[in-house]
Design a protein around this ligand. Structure first.
Ligand code: ZN
Length: 167
């Protein structure tokens, strides 16, 4: 396993739509292992393949490891099947936008399907931080970053902050 370099916005790969993965091959398992190592080293709660330059629909997450045991998840070809009507605003960082925290409104709970590393299709209900991380990482697979989730005025402020950080 190895820690991979994380691309910073506005790298063009962060604005592109990733391709479906399909079969879980040795290459996919190897990429997932490297992405988990990279995420924990960063340290972060989630990492999507485009953030390490790979335009494949795969992300890794561990919503709670900073508060306890590691519970790594590898989500391949994820899709949202359903969602709560409730939305919630919460401060979010992004490993590709270091130094800027943005208040992002997201669905409070989602039902998500994905392919796990063993090739099985999994369906789970996510809420709290897990729902937030999953939606953030799924956005990356569609070329969407936190700036894109902000109203125009807030986006302008966040872009100024990011420029000031000098990333
Ligand atoms: Zn991110």
């Amino acid at each position: 396993m190895s820690v991979l370099p994380i691309l910073h916005w506005p790298h063009p790969r962060l604005s592109q739509i990733a391709r479906p993965v399909g079969a879980v091959t040795d290459d996919v398992r190897s990429l997932a292992a490297d992405m988990l190592e990279t995420m924990y080293a960063a340290p972060g709660r989630g990492l999507a393949a485009p953030q390490v330059g790979v335009l494949s629909r795969i992300f890794v997450m561990d919503a709670t490891w900073k508060d306890g045991e590691r519970e790594p998840m590898v989500c391949i070809d994820p899709e949202i099947l359903g969602a709560s009507n409730e939305t919630v605003e919460f401060d979010e960082g992004c490993l590709s936008i270091p130094g800027v925290i943005m208040a992002i409104t997201r669905l409070e709970a989602v039902r998500m399907a994905w392919t796990a590393l063993d090739g099985a299709r999994v369906i789970a209900a996510l809420d709290g931080i897990a729902a937030r991380v999953a939606q953030h990482e799924l956005d990356h697979l569609d070329g969407i970053v936190t700036f894109d989730r902000l109203p125009d005025a807030a986006r302008a402020v966040a872009l100024d902050d990011y420029a000031a950080v000098g990333a």
